[in-house]
Design a protein around this ligand. Structure first.
Ligand SMILES: C[S@@+](CC[C@H](N)C(=O)[O-])C[C@H]1O[C@@H](n2cnc3c(N)ncnc32)[C@H](O)[C@@H]1O
Length: 254
């Protein structure tokens, strides 16, 4: 039996070089919005969990004193270190580790970020508890992740499609679930901003097994006209596209 963490190491081990140049993960608009949202201070120390190839850590590095990036997958950490040389980002350090047991002392960071990753965490409560532990009281938490609207059917469809796309996917949460999760782990939510992007279907189907593609086709063909409309499942210049939902959340450690 494999865990989501075993599967994440395998999936992301194979995709590490893709992530360094992925337009979706470099998305400068979202990264700039994240920096703007927390107004980082020059003397802050920050931690970016599940940093991947470090896009978020690099986006904040010029605004803070020190940025640590942590990831489970050795290939991701290696690629992040290679990019650090290219970027000349001397105040960024990358570490191998698991968000469920962060290798840091309590209350050492002013800011913790987690971008496009919590949907892979097998124990979201435990992960948030660890992020809170390493934050000083009053420290900020900033999350940007895949999400689903407050609708049972779309929720089930998007979560299944994402599992077919990436077997290390656990769950993309609704904004309302995030509110409960964060409050239960000792955070005050300062702002929560759901948004979506109309993205090519291939962003989901790329890398799917033949059986996965078959199941995805079945799911999409069974959509009612109303669901198609809700998901904006449509062709644009000959290319099938559908909405992907996201959420950005700023919170403060109590
Ligand atoms: C989509 S990628 C990260 C993207 C990155 N945060 C960014 O903004 O470009 C998801 C990452 O989560 C990492 N990951 C998954 N589970 C983890 C865990 N339990 N602890 C630490 N990292 C984890 C994977 O290794 C992978 O690099």
């Amino acid at each position: 039996v494999t865990t989501p963490e075993d599967r994440a190491r395998r999936v992301f081990g194979e995709r590490a070089s893709f992530y360094s140049d992925s337009d979706c993960h470099r998305d400068p608009q979202v990264l700039a919005m994240m920096v703007e949202l927390v107004e980082p201070q020059r003397d802050w120390r920050m931690l970016d969990v599940a940093t991947g190839t470090g896009h978020t850590a690099f986006a904040f590095a010029g605004h803070v004193r020190f940025a640590a990036g942590l990831d489970l997958t050795p290939e991701m950490v290696r690629e992040a270190c290679r990019l650090r040389e290219r970027e000349g980002a001397d105040n960024v350090k990358f570490t191998l580790g698991d968000v469920r047991a962060l290798p840091f002392a309590p209350e050492v960071f002013d800011l913790v970020t987690a971008r496009r990753a919590p949907h892979h965490f097998s124990d979201i409560g435990g992960a948030l508890g660890e992020m809170r532990r390493v934050l000083r009281p009053g420290g900020r938490l900033l999350i940007d992740d895949r999400s689903v609207p407050e609708d049972d059917t779309i929720d089930a469809i998007m979560n299944e499609l994402d599992t077919l796309h990436d077997p290390s996917h656990v769950r993309q949460y609704r904004a309302s679930e995030w509110m409960h999760l964060l409050e239960a782990q000792g955070f005050n939510v300062d702002g929560i901003e759901p948004y979506y992007r109309h993205r090519p279907l291939t962003a989901l189907t790329e890398g799917m097994s033949a059986a996965g593609l078959e199941r995805a086709r079945e799911i999409l063909e069974a959509l009612t006209p109303a669901q198609r409309e809700q998901m904006a499942y449509t062709q644009v210049q000959g290319e099938w596209r559908l909405n992907h939902w996201y959420v950005t959340i700023a919170a403060t450690r109590t």
